[in-house]
Design a protein around this ligand. Structure first.
Ligand SMILES: C[S@@+](CC[C@H](N)C(=O)[O-])C[C@H]1O[C@@H](n2cnc3c(N)ncnc32)[C@H](O)[C@@H]1O
Length: 358
């Protein structure tokens, strides 16, 4: 009888909480607390099915997260060598002066400019009092930012990525540049960072946020590992801010983003305003944001042009299906920017000196 009761009424989890991502727009937090005391049989049966549903959903979300992580790791394992060959060690957009014709050699300069402009936007000058001594590079690629920042500030930097190939290459490049004592790279999840609280003067996330399936957790981790008084810089792809009367993007906009998600291993997108709200919810200070879409406009056309060179085409064909799928989706990024659905956003803030971050 007891066994039968157990199979009908399995012990409930005391608290089951679940983050569900709505399709390419917002993250909704659903929390359910269930206790089996004083309910009629009918209520129990209904609650049981609800718990089973919740558990099933929880498992489905975990499964989806695992699939996404594997996809991201494999995508970058496969494509990073090709990218480095064609574009060097920075796997991010360039920041271009407007209305200036850009030649090929300008692109690497523009990628460095992106780093410099981001530091300037966050008011992190070379003023010795503001110089970060410890940096975390969240979603580090092959470590271009970490090495640049470590040299610039004579700081220590640690980078995390999901891709073992990237971590290995980033460490090899650091060693070959005599930086092995200053920078290091490891495979780790940005949503569960292997660092104690309050560790880093500069928390740097250059074009990795768009890969994060749980934006509240992502921002929570950035806030947690920042040292008191530390700076957080997030440069990321967002969808446009919604208007006051809008609850979601238009179906055609969602459809465009979905096709990009599929090709680049991205989960739901959020807006710049969503990021600002998340940072506010952690009582972070001096929150600033800007739309830098006009400054990155020459980037994707240049990437597409480089893919159509002999070297680009042969390397692309050698690199594998995930990379080819990504390359085919590049015109969608141009369309997204042109139609104003995609925004290239920078969001920065500072962790208060004396306040405990939740
Ligand atoms: C477009 S690359 C940017 C690389 C680098 N920030 C740069 O500017 O050169 C995106 C990076 O985010 C990393 N990434 C994506 N999701 C991640 C996660 N959950 N945890 C850690 N890294 C992640 C990828 O492994 C990849 O290194």
């Amino acid at each position: 009888m007891a066994t039968m009761m157990m199979s009908i009424f399995p012990p409930p989890p005391s608290v089951a909480s679940l983050f569900i991502l709505s399709h390419c727009t917002h993250t909704i937090r659903v929390q359910s607390t269930t206790q089996f005391t004083g309910f009629s049989i009918r209520t129990r049966t209904r609650d049981c099915s609800r718990i089973l549903l919740t558990e099933e959903r929880e498992m489905a979300v975990m499964e989806e997260k695992k699939l996404l992580q594997t996809g991201i790791a494999e995508f970058y394992d496969e494509s990073s060598g090709l990218w480095e060959d064609m574009w060097g060690d920075h796997m991010h957009h360039g920041f271009y002066e407007q209305d200036v014709t850009v030649s090929v050699s300008d692109h690497r300069v523009a990628q460095i400019r992106m780093i410099e402009e981001s530091l300037r936007f966050a008011a992190l000058s070379e003023d010795p009092a503001k110089k970060p001594e410890s940096i975390v590079d969240v979603g580090c690629g092959i470590g271009g930012s970490s090495r640049y920042l470590a040299k610039k500030f004579q700081a220590k930097s640690v980078g995390i990525t999901l891709s073992p190939v990237q971590a290995q290459r980033a460490n090899a490049l650091a060693a070959s540049q005599g930086l092995a004592d200053k920078v290091s790279f490891q495979v780790a999840d940005a949503l569960e960072q292997p660092f104690p609280d309050g560790q880093f003067d500069l928390v740097w996330s250059m074009e990795s946020g768009e890969h994060m399936p749980d934006k509240p957790k992502f921002v929570g981790e950035l806030a947690r590992v920042a040292a008191p008084g530390g700076t957080i810089i997030i440069v990321t792809w967002c969808h446009r801010d919604l208007g006051p009367a809008e609850e979601s993007l238009q179906p055609w906009e969602q459809n465009l983003l979905k096709r990009i998600c599929d090709a680049f291993y991205l989960p739901a997108w959020c807006s710049t305003a969503d990021y600002v709200k998340l940072l506010e919810s952690h009582s972070l200070q001096d929150i600033k944001s800007a739309d830098w879409s006009p400054f990155v406009a020459p980037f994707w056309p240049a990437v597409i042009r480089s893919a159509f060179t002999w070297k680009g085409l042969t390397s692309l064909l050698r690199s594998g299906m995930k990379t080819i799928k990504g390359a085919l989706a590049m015109p969608l990024m141009i369309e997204g920017f042109k139609k104003g659905v995609i925004k290239f956003a920078i969001v920065t803030c500072r962790k208060p000196e004396n306040v405990e971050i939740e």
